[in-house]
Design a protein around this ligand. Structure first.
Ligand SMILES: CC(C)(COP(=O)(O)OP(=O)(O)OC[C@H]1O[C@@H](n2cnc3c(N)ncnc32)[C@H](O)[C@@H]1OP(=O)(O)O)[C@@H](O)C(=O)NCCC(=O)NCCS
Length: 215
């Protein structure tokens, strides 16, 4: 066993858990779950049998990852955020074979207490603000806020709001990476491919969020 599980965690077999993953107090991993390497599962988390979790996924306390959910690498699930898998649940109607798919793409962040109504795709590095309720697909890098979620702008891969500079590009104040709007109205990074991991020197924060805000 090359992962860590606290003695109070329940790990049902068979399941796949990658090396370096840490599973903390009172977590429950169901049989059939597939979990990648270097993930963290906080207190009172649950992973269902047909959920798929990539590498380096961080799951804060009190989060249930239900069947039908796929989390790509580097996803962050904030404390007590809520995923769902049936749009119209009724206790009298068994829909166990009808779970709706939710895909959370690489590097996405879900803020504390946000809710994702099932059947949507959350784009790469999108940022869902605390308490937001998402009901539709979300573009890469979009900052989504409120109930229901509305796009308030763009967040960089390092989690900073992006505004266009004089040359039309948007620059992250932390990494210096440049971004540009695409003809289809999306955003892409000019300096690092969305599927490439961050270099180690850019993977440790040195200043808090407000210190990067424009005066
Ligand atoms: C989205 C977020 C990054 C915005 O931070 P920010 O850039 O500092 O935004 P500000 O505080 O300057 O707020 C700007 C406006 O958005 C509003 N706002 C900010 N966060 C909001 C939220 N989660 N929901 C609704 N409105 C929000 C503010 O009230 C403010 O409104 P106003 O202009 O009418 O006064 C931050 O509020 C957030 O939700 N972070 C997630 C934190 C989290 O869940 N962490 C989990 C791990 S501990």
């Amino acid at each position: 066993m090359d992962y860590f599980a606290h003695p109070t965690a329940v790990i049902d077999q068979p399941c796949v858990i990658g090396p370096g993953t840490k599973i903390w107090h009172f977590a429950h991993i169901c049989a059939g779950a597939k979990i990648g390497a270097r993930c963290g599962f906080g207190q009172n988390t649950m992973v269902a049998g047909d959920a798929v979790v990539g590498d380096n996924v961080k799951v804060q306390n009190n989060v249930a990852i239900y069947g039908g959910t796929t989390l790509e690498n580097d996803v962050f699930l904030g404390p007590s955020c809520v995923l769902t898998n049936v749009t119209n649940p009724r206790s009298q109607v068994n829909r166990h074979s009808l779970y709706e798919r939710t895909l959370i793409r690489r590097g996405a962040t879900l803020g504390a207490n946000s809710t994702i109504v099932c059947g949507v795709t959350l784009g790469r590095y999108c940022f869902i603000a605390a308490g937001t309720v998402v009901t539709k697909d979300v573009p890469d890098y979009a900052l989504m806020v409120g109930v229901p979620a509305r796009q308030q702008g763009w967040m960089s891969r390092h989690g900073h709001r992006l505004a266009p500079g004089p040359d039309g590009t948007l620059r992250c104040p932390e990494s210096g990476f440049r971004y540009e709007l695409t003809p289809s109205g999306g955003l892409r990074c000019l300096d690092i491919d969305e599927e490439t991991p961050l270099p180690p020197e850019l993977a440790v924060g040195k200043k808090v969020y407000d210190e990067f805000k424009p005066a």
